[in-house]
Structure formats: C-alpha cells, structure tokens
Design a protein around this ligand. Structure first.
Ligand code: ZN
Length: 57
C-alpha cells in the first residue's frame, strides 16, 4: 500500500501544548520535540548553554 499522495511539501511539526520540563508549566510549543522549555526557562537555559560554550564561565 503506497501513500505517495500524502507527502506535504512542508515538514510536519509536532505542534501543540507541551509541559515545561523545568517548571512543569504548560506552554504552547511549535515543536514539542525540540522545544521542551517555556519561554522563561528557555532564556535561562540558552544563556547557561552560551556561557558553557564560551569557555570562561
Ligand atoms: Zn518553565
């Protein structure tokens, strides 16, 4: 059974409500697979990640 007629040009993303794995608050995520932190926690996470990659902590 071929489903060649079901290939959308756009990449399917898992969009929906996700629960922040940091503060456990529900938040809307456009990619529940990649984005698992709410906006507030994501900023902290990105900042810490940037510092860690920078070297001098
Ligand atoms: Zn959070």
């Amino acid at each position: 059974m071929l489903d060649h007629d079901f290939h959308p040009p756009l990449k399917v993303r898992e969009v929906g409500w996700n629960r922040c794995m940091c503060c456990a608050k529900p938040f809307w995520s456009e990619n529940v697979i990649a984005v698992r932190l709410c906006n507030g926690c994501k900023e902290h996470h990105d900042r810490r990640a940037g510092v860690a990659r920078g070297g001098a902590g």
